[in-house]
Design a protein around this ligand. Structure first.
Ligand SMILES: [Zn+2]
Length: 243
C-alpha cells in the first residue's frame, strides 16, 4: 500500500512538473503599442481571447522611450497598432537595437503610415502608406476606403502564419497606392479596386521576423475569427515558437 502511494505521488509530481513546464513554454509575453490614431476599445478583446498570450499595453511617445532605455526585454513580441511620426535619433537606435537582437514584431493596419520621414522604417515593416502631406515626393500618396467587403485569399498555405486558415471574407478598410518592398513574402491577397493586392506579408529585418497585416480598422475585423487566428499565428511565428 505504502509503495502504491509512493508511486502515485511520483506520477502526480511528474505530471505536474511536465504540465508546469508546458505552461511556461507556451505562454508568450507581448507588448501592444498604440498612439497617434484612434481605435475602438474592443481591439483588446482580440488579445483577451488568446489562451497562451499575455499582454501589456503602452502608448506613444512612452513606447519609443521604453525601447530606447531597453525596458522591453521581458517581451517576446511587440505588436504595433500605433501611427506615430515623431522619433528621435536615439529612439531610432533603440528600435534598431531590438531588431539586431531578433525581437519579433507584428505590425497592424495603420502602423504602415508611421514615421513618414524615417526612410529605414519602410525597410523594417516592408512597405509604406504614403501620407499626402509627407516629404516623400516619389508617390502621389496612398488612399483608404472604409467598409469594403474583402474576399481574402491565402497566398501561402504552407506558412506558419496562415496555418489553419482558409479563404475568408471580412468587412474592413482597404488601403490603395501603398508601397510594398519586392522582398516581402505575401501571405494573404485580395482582388479589389480599392485595396492593395497584398493584405498581409512576412518579412525579415536584421535578425527579426516581421509580419505586417493591413487589415484591422474596427470591430468588424476585431470580431472576425480568421483575423484573430491570423494575429495569434503571427505572434507565435515572429517569436520563433509554435502554438
Ligand atoms: Zn483604419
Amino acid at each position: 500500500m505504502f509503495k502504491f502511494i509512493k508511486v502515485l505521488f511520483l506520477i502526480l509530481t511528474l505530471v505536474s512538473l511536465l504540465y508546469g513546464r508546458e505552461e511556461k513554454r507556451s505562454m508568450l509575453n507581448i507588448l501592444i503599442i498604440t498612439g497617434g490614431h484612434d481605435f475602438e476599445a474592443s481591439f483588446y478583446e482580440i488579445f483577451d481571447s488568446f489562451e497562451h498570450i499575455q499582454y501589456d499595453t503602452i502608448s506613444q511617445p512612452e513606447a519609443n522611450q521604453a525601447m530606447m532605455f531597453n525596458q522591453v526585454g521581458k517581451y517576446d513580441v511587440l505588436v504595433f497598432y500605433d501611427m506615430w511620426q515623431h522619433i528621435t535619433e536615439q529612439e531610432k537606435v533603440g528600435f534598431l537595437n531590438l531588431l539586431e537582437k531578433g525581437r519579433g514584431i507584428v505590425f497592424l493596419h495603420h502602423s504602415l503610415a508611421s514615421y513618414q520621414n524615417w526612410a529605414e522604417y519602410k525597410n523594417i515593416i516592408g512597405g509604406k502608406y504614403v501620407l499626402k502631406e509627407s516629404d516623400d515626393q516619389v508617390s502621389a500618396g496612398s488612399t483608404y476606403k472604409h467598409d469594403l467587403i474583402l474576399h481574402v485569399k491565402i497566398a501561402d498555405t504552407t506558412h506558419a502564419v496562415t496555418d489553419g486558415l482558409k479563404d475568408f471574407q471580412i468587412k474592413d478598410e482597404g488601403y490603395k497606392g501603398i508601397e510594398i518592398l519586392p522582398s516581402v513574402q505575401p501571405l494573404l491577397t485580395v482582388s479589389h479596386t480599392d485595396c492593395a493586392e497584398y493584405v498581409a506579408w512576412a518579412h525579415k529585418y536584421q535578425n527579426s521576423k516581421i509580419v505586417y497585416i493591413l487589415l484591422g480598422h474596427d470591430h468588424h475585423a476585431y470580431q472576425e475569427e480568421s483575423y484573430r487566428k491570423l494575429i495569434q499565428n503571427a505572434i507565435f511565428w515572429v517569436a520563433g515558437k509554435s502554438i
